[in-house]
Design a protein around this ligand. Structure first.
Ligand code: PLP
Length: 362
């Protein structure tokens, strides 16, 4: 018997059971090929079929138009913090950055090593990272080659539900909310996302980039870092991380079976409403610091009356099989990451645990 915990980890995070079971079934012999998918050459026909199927599934599910191209890269979302300004800056000028949390701040910091970015909004001064700005609050410049936002702030528990309309191409770090709902890709210059939160295991970063930006990309950087070269090679410049791509495929097959992104949006909104409802309905015992309009449907953060109680909450929850609830070390508190693969049943178990803990009987 396998015992699987209810896993609220922020990333790497829970994956759909059918995607894992499929990997288990195919582990030793992938589709009668006599070997595991991870033993195949990344240039062979068997892996190539998985590679192209994964791109096709992503394209279908996200309705990615012909104007954009799908890339797989390595180095995580963190590498993209550097690669975006390296590829897209004009002379020294890097983009305008909307700083809504730890990751967005790191993106800005990396851009300042490469060139001269501009801070278009600072969420640290505005209270304590408890909301995302409205479009009219942004201080955007005329000569920015792009505008950078993080659509979901994994640590702060805030999320953009409407992206700002910008003159310069919008570059969106969707690491922790890619595929939570349908998105109009045609409106965006570039999307990037580490796979390990909502798509698969760690080791691959998905990049979706407008083709004209590819073509305009700088050529004074090594080829391995150029989006245009990655695109030209169909992401197979060198040995790709084959297993993460394969696992993304399994997750996407599951997602499609669930009814695609419209079904995911309903599923995610439903879970988040239930959990925020439990927090708000606890007579102040549990408290969400995030402003209502900015509350993330992916990472739900909340506090208890004291840090001692938070410690006990995490320990008791872990003992009850609800794991990964400790908030990020930089902010403390509790964080429940409820990505696509988190079931409604898992969230209900947490809600029941919260009620029992509040009554002292957990
Ligand atoms: C996790 C995360 C990152 C960092 O991802 P790595 O793949 O570890 O580099 C960046 N941005 C956001 C929004 C994240 O949630």
């Amino acid at each position: 018997m396998v015992t699987r915990h209810v896993n609220f980890n922020a990333g790497p995070s829970t994956l759909p059971l059918p995607a894992l079971e499929r990997a288990q079934a195919e582990r030793l012999d992938y589709e009668g090929s006599g070997m595991s998918i991870i033993e195949h050459s990344h240039r062979g026909a068997v892996y190539e079929a998985v590679h192209n199927e994964t791109i096709a599934l992503l394209t279908e599910l996200l309705a990615i138009p012909d104007t954009h191209q799908v890339l797989f890269m390595q180095g995580g979302a963190t590498a993209q913090f550097a690669l975006v300004p390296m590829n897209l800056r004009t002379d020294a000028r890097a983009g305008d950055y909307v700083v809504t949390g730890t990751w967005a701040k790191k993106a800005l910091s990396e851009a300042s090593i490469v060139g001269t970015p501009h801070k278009a909004w600072d969420g640290e001064q505005d209270g304590k990272w408890t909301r995302v700005p409205k479009a009219d609050e942004l201080d955007l410049t005329d000569d920015a080659p792009y505008v950078h936002i993080a659509s979901n702030n994994t640590i702060m528990g805030t999320q953009f539900f409407d992206y700002p309309k910008t003159k310069a191409p919008l570059v969106v770090d969707m690491s922790s909310d890619i595929m939570w709902r349908p998105v109009d890709v045609s409106q965006l210059g570039m999307i990037y996302a580490g796979a390990q939160k909502n798509m698969g295991p760690s080791g691959i970063t998905l990049v979706i980039i407008r083709k004209d930006l590819l073509e305009q990309g700088r050529t004074d950087i090594p080829k391995i870092f150029r989006y245009a070269e990655v695109a030209k090679a169909n992401s197979l410049q060198n040995t790709i991380a084959t297993f993460p791509v394969y696992m993304i495929r399994n997750t996407m097959l599951w997602l499609k079976e669930q009814g695609g992104l419209p079904a995911m949006e309903k599923h995610n909104r439903d879970k988040a409403a239930a959990l925020y409802g439990a927090i708000d309905g606890s007579d102040g015992f549990y408290r969400c610091p995030v402003e209502e309009a900015s509350r993330s449907v992916m990472n739900v953060v909340f506090r208890l009356p004291s840090e001692e109680q938070e410690k006990k909450f995490v320990a008791d929850a872990t003992a009850a099989g609800l794991v990964g609830l400790k908030g990020h070390r930089s902010v403390g508190g509790i964080r429940a990451s409820i990505y696509n693969a988190m079931t409604r049943e898992g969230v209900d178990k947490l809600i029941q645990f919260m009620a029992a803990f509040k009554n002292g009987g957990a």
